[in-house]
Design a binder for this molecule. Structure first.
Ligand SMILES: [Zn+2]
Length: 349
């Protein structure tokens, strides 16, 4: 959400959800965890995972935690991706050894952990919102098969099962989280979706709050395509990168080591048809900046010309300026202190 704030200094200044000082404090809290991340193995990616283009624009040279890693945008299809990321094996360690959760807890909640019970409750609330939104758009009936990829404790699947008696399976690499799913009567598969070998096909496939964390986005989306039964529905949600920038500032305030990929509502419109999906409906009401897409199998389409990539790049530059402006002191005392500091610094040098 943007709050336009009129000040004496600059009537066009924009206030972001965090200030530069708060961002620095959050980054400092993550200090120890960042050093353990530095010990992991990194790799450099310079080609787009979706369209293989190497025509890219670097849009950031660090992430929101302060890790010195770059983020790029593909100039062809618009996919935003981490250029410097962990290797697949290192991401396994990152997630399995809870480095990811510790990083999030420090960054967002001053180190306070979120219990499995709370996460389960959040998943149920999310499912209720989702089911309310898709009622009448998707025909969900008793006996349909559902696969929830990265379904964690299974709160979302459980709600589907409770309301429509669907036959629900949760696949998740975390055994601990999967045990919760199994304890409420869901089928569990303890595996990475990427490496899971199966001939099963499903009427409904869910990919909730997961797409950004994938290591090979194209592979996963294509695999989902092959696992959908005829007439089946695929639901995925994602955080729109440009909306996140509008809330938190330039790309370096949004990019993060745990998000290898980002979509925007416009790039999703290009990328998903390219991979053979037809967008049936968009859900803008899911909260927490999530955009939901209801998809079905369709004809593969070429990536259309997208002039808005340039618009996005200009937008990021503009946000960089607005970030600097909005973090200048607002009051006359603050402004005076800022000018004095600048003069002293110039004098010293
Ligand atoms: Zn691309």
């Amino acid at each position: 959400m943007i709050i336009l704030q009129k000040t004496n200094r600059d009537k066009e200044s924009v206030k972001f959800l965090h200030s530069a000082i708060e961002l620095k404090q959050r980054q400092a809290r993550c200090g120890k965890i960042k050093s353990s991340i530095r010990d992991l193995e990194f790799e450099c990616v310079t080609e787009c995972n979706i369209c293989d283009s190497d025509d890219i624009s670097v849009i950031s040279d660090r992430d929101r935690y302060g890790n010195p890693i770059r983020t790029a945008a593909c100039n062809n299809c618009g996919l935003i991706f981490l250029m410097d990321r962990l290797t697949n094996e290192s991401y396994d360690i990152f997630y399995k050894e809870e480095i990811y959760r510790k990083l999030i807890y420090e960054y967002k909640y001053h180190g306070r952990a979120i219990s499995s019970k709370s996460r389960f409750k959040q998943q149920i609330q999310y499912a209720a919102k989702l089911l309310g939104s898709i009622d009448g758009i998707v025909d969900i009936r008793e006996g349909l098969t559902l696969l929830d990829i990265g379904g964690s404790e299974g709160g979302v699947s459980m709600e589907f099962k409770k309301r429509y008696a669907v036959d629900a399976t949760v696949i998740d690499p975390s055994l601990q989280e999967l045990k919760v799913a199994e304890s409420v009567g869901l089928k569990g598969v303890n595996s990475n979706f990427e490496t899971w070998e199966t001939d099963e096909k499903y009427d409904l496939i869910l990919l909730c709050r997961t797409v950004e964390h994938l290591y090979d986005l194209k592979f996963v989306l294509e695999k989902i395509g092959t696992m959908l039964k005829p007439g089946g529905t695929f639901f995925m949600d994602f955080l729109d990168f440009n909306c996140e920038c509008r809330r938190y500032g330039p790309p370096q305030n949004v990019s993060r080591i745990d998000h290898c990929f980002w979509l925007t509502s416009r790039t999703a419109e290009k990328i998903l048809p390219y991979l053979g999906f037809k967008i049936k409906a968009k859900l803008y009401n899911l909260g927490s900046g999530n955009l939901g897409l209801l998809l079905e199998k369709g004809e593969k389409k070429p990536i259309a010309e997208i002039s808005q990539i340039e618009d996005s790049l200009i937008y990021y530059q503009k946000l960089n300026d607005e970030w600097v402006i909005s973090n200048l002191p607002g009051s006359w005392i603050g402004s005076w202190k800022y000018k004095m500091k600048k003069k002293i610094r110039r004098f010293i040098h």
